[in-house]
Design a protein. Structure first.
Length: 274
């Protein structure tokens, strides 16, 4: 869904202070309501291959799915955005896995993923791994996704406390990643959107070093200036150590965006006329 009239986006990715290359990838395309962030992992530079494949494949697949529905001009053929997301993630997983099997230098590569589609005053979000989605609503920061990580499993089972988790040595061990296995199970959910909401997609290069309370304070201090907020969050992560690549995508909801009948036909016509 085209939400260019209703949503403002800022995105920023930084190599940090200790890595020699950036394995994160970010993208946004408001003409289809899409935000994507991936944090790659694997052998030398293989992580950035995985994250880039994820971002490019998801963008292409979701665009194609929306255009296909527009071209059929039949409501009976419509896929839900959730199904579009699941299908696109499956294609991205297959593409990454195939290359990891065929190219020795890419063996074992994979990536975390958090991806969202804005449509009909809601955000459909899918995630794999420990990259996160937050929402700042009425001065309160809400974590929407739950990490697929060993640390999160230990927290959920009561084996460690939240305070112990802050200093745990295994906080970066994910239990689910895109492209590592032939099949992957994303967690997909829908989140209602309100005007004034700020959504934050981020890699663990931010959340490992900047606590949620401080992220909330920065977003509130920015007072809607999401470009300033993105830069400040990355700056703080570097000031607190910069031990990993740092990526953020911020989306500010400025107007409602209800789905109108025929919106995909409008998208199809707009693209065809370019």
């Amino acid at each position: 869904m085209n939400v260019e009239h209703a949503i403002k986006v800022a995105r920023l990715t930084d190599v940090g202070l200790y890595r020699d290359h950036n394995e994160d990838a970010v993208a946004s395309d408001l003409s289809i309501g899409l935000l994507v962030l991936a944090d790659g992992m694997g052998g030398y530079k293989a992580g950035e291959v995985a994250s880039e494949i994820a971002v490019l494949t998801l963008t292409a697949e979701i665009t194609e799915a929306m255009l296909h529905e527009a071209s059929t001009k039949s409501k009976l053929s419509f896929l839900s955005e959730s199904q579009m997301l699941i299908d696109a993630i499956e294609h991205a997983n297959a593409a990454i896995y195939q290359i990891s099997q065929e190219q020795p230098q890419c063996e074992g590569m994979g990536t975390t993923l958090v991806v969202g589609i804005f449509t009909d005053n809601k955000l459909v979000v899918g995630h794999i791994g420990d990259s996160r989605l937050y929402c700042l609503r009425q001065e309160t920061l809400i974590q929407i996704t739950e990490d697929h990580s060993l640390l999160q499993e230990q927290l959920n089972s009561g084996l460690i406390t939240a305070e112990q988790a802050k200093t745990a040595s295994h906080k970066n061990l994910v239990t689910r990643a895109l492209g590592v296995d032939p099949e992957v199970e994303p967690e997909v959910q829908e989140f209602a959107v309100q005007v004034g909401d700020i959504f934050l997609l981020c890699s663990d290069g931010l959340t490992d070093l900047v606590e949620d309370e401080l992220i909330q304070k920065i977003l509130l201090y920015a007072n809607g200036n999401i470009e300033f907020a993105a830069n400040k969050l990355v700056q703080l992560a570097n000031e607190f150590g910069g031990t990993d690549n740092i990526s953020v995508v911020l989306a500010l909801i400025e107007k409602p965006f209800p789905k109108e009948s025929g919106w995909v036909q409008n998208l199809f016509g707009r693209v065809k006329n370019k």
